[in-house]
Design a protein around this ligand. Structure first.
Ligand SMILES: Cc1cc2nc3c(=O)[nH]c(=O)nc-3n(C[C@H](O)[C@H](O)[C@H](O)COP(=O)(O)OP(=O)(O)OC[C@H]3O[C@@H](n4cnc5c(N)ncnc54)[C@H](O)[C@@H]3O)c2cc1C
Length: 454
């Protein structure tokens, strides 16, 4: 067998694949980064949904709003750039294999690279926080080098990526991946791609699908289990007044994070694990907030809108998982993913708390004559932050070790949120990217012949 052409193949050129590929290349490794989607022109302003007939999935139990982007850059084409570190207590509660001591240097590097910038808290939010006894933090967001928000296609490693290559499954022998089968959407050819190491960053449902299609046997026990996401409650507060002018000072004046809803200790504990945070955005002109036909046209003028958006942490349970649908195949003939979904009683209580907390905040902010419009109900699954389908943890229960290395194939790492135990209680991407760096560092050590894993 000739030596592989690549040291590492990274699957998926979204945020996590970009960061992992760049890190491996920085160590001097020959890296192939591939993505199932096309390379979009710079001018593409709107990302439409994937072609659901070409890339189907099915659900059992509940419907699921799967926000997918099949294009170089992934869901970073949609993201809002909110960028927070997970607090120590969130990592401990979710059973992370490492704490802030290990993550902080990586957070530092990422914040510099993504130009994470902190805003100022609007006096209106500060005052409501004081009144309700809530901790209100400024927005932190990733600005990137070229635009209002960081996007992977800005990165040199992504300019060299191969687009329109769909990873389908691994060929493997004796606990090692021998090749990755990938189909070119341009030529239709199904090629075995060989490397010394492989990094999956295709996003949690797709990464689980690739592994399940690879027939890994009992050592892959746990792959596809433990699907988690955020629970989302979203409201818009409409007030009969114009946007104040000048509106706040500094960066992101109309945005803040309220983080007090986290279960802190016995005294503040709520009847579920985890907790939630709430993001506030606004007030902005009602015309700028996309409410589709939810507000009558004559109300659009002279009114302002504040968005209230809660993200609740979900924990794994047995009734929420991914497997392969025996009935459905996608454009390249691979079995489609099937999502099994259910809420637990504790999650229903979390949903109630999300609604109550958002409503109380809205009441405290509202001027007379305002109204609150519910936009997303918390019991509508699918927040775009899926995680956990190939989680890190102890060998008896988890498919990955503490740095995202797959136990069933010892030259495969999981760099996307499949490896995260949960999506946390706030936006996850900065932490996801810290994990992608850890996984890439471990893969690089393995490639250099050093000792990998913990
Ligand atoms: C509307 C929206 C707003 C968001 N806002 C924020 C925010 O403000 N802050 C935050 O922290 N997070 C936010 N997120 C979440 C953030 O976008 C994700 O955490 C992040 O994009 C995940 O990066 P990823 O690279 O792991 O996955 P993705 O971004 O999903 O990228 C996966 C890539 O893999 C490719 N791929 C898929 N299947 C295959 C295959 N078989 N073979 C090859 N390639 C494949 C896809 O084309 C895609 O490019 C938001 C998400 C959404 C949907």
């Amino acid at each position: 067998m000739p030596a592989p052409r690549w040291d590492a193949i990274v699957v998926g050129a979204g945020p996590s694949g970009t960061v992992a590929a760049d890190r491996l290349a920085a160590f001097g490794h020959r890296v192939l980064l591939l993505d199932a989607g096309p390379r979009l022109p710079r001018s593409a302003s709107r990302i439409t949904d994937v072609d659901r007939r070409a890339w189907p999935f099915s659900t059992v139990g509940l419907p699921f709003d799967w926000y997918r982007v099949r294009a170089v850059g992934g869901r970073a084409h949609l993201w809002g750039g909110w960028a927070y570190r997970f607090p120590r207590r969130s990592l401990e509660r979710a059973g992370w294999p490492c704490g802030r001591v290990a993550l902080d240097p990586l957070y530092d590097q990422l914040e510099a690279r993504l130009r994470v910038t902190e805003g100022t808290v609007d006096e209106r939010y500060r005052e409501v926080g004081r009144r309700l006894g809530l901790s209100v933090l400024p927005k932190r967001a990733a600005l990137g080098r070229r635009g209002p928000v960081w996007r992977p296609p800005e990165e040199p490693v992504v300019r060299r990526a191969r687009a329109s290559r769909v990873a389908v499954r691994f060929e493997h022998e004796r606990g090692r991946a021998a090749a990755l089968r990938a189909v070119s959407l341009e030529s239709g050819r199904d090629l075995p791609l060989r490397a010394r190491a492989y990094v999956l960053a295709a996003s949690p449902i797709e990464t689980a699908r690739i592994l399940l299609a690879s027939d890994l046997g009992p050592r892959a026990r746990g792959v596809g289990r433990n699907l988690v996401d955020h629970m989302v409650a979203s409201y818009v507060l409409i007030e009969p007044a114009p946007v104040p002018s000048p509106h706040g000072r500094g960066r992101f004046p109309g945005a803040a994070l309220v983080e007090s809803f986290v279960n802190l200790d016995e005294a503040t504990a709520r009847p579920y694990r985890g907790g939630f945070s709430i993001e506030l955005t606004g007030p902005e002109s009602l015309e700028e907030v996309n409410l589709e036909r939810m507000v009558p046209g004559d109300e659009l003028h002279g009114h302002r809108a504040t968005q209230i958006h809660a993200l609740g942490e979900l924990f794994p349970h047995r009734r929420r998982f991914v497997d392969l649908d025996p009935e459905r195949r996608d454009l390249v003939g691979a079995a489609a993913p099937r999502l099994h979904l259910a809420w637990t009683r504790a999650e229903e209580r979390l949903a109630k708390d999300l609604r109550t907390a958002c409503t109380q905040l809205a009441d405290a902010l509202a001027i007379p004559g305002s109204r609150l419009i519910p936009v997303v109900d918390p019991l509508q699954p699918g927040a775009g932050h899926e995680a956990g389908t190939c989680a890190m943890g102890p060998p008896e229960v988890a498919p990955c070790d503490g740095r995202g290395r797959l136990r069933a194939l010892d030259n495969v790492w999981i760099a996307d949120a499949a490896a995260l135990p949960t999506a946390g209680d706030r936006h996850p991407t900065l932490t996801l990217l810290a994990h992608a760096l850890r996984a890439a560092d471990d893969a690089a050590r393995h490639l250099a012949g050093g000792h990998g894993g913990i």
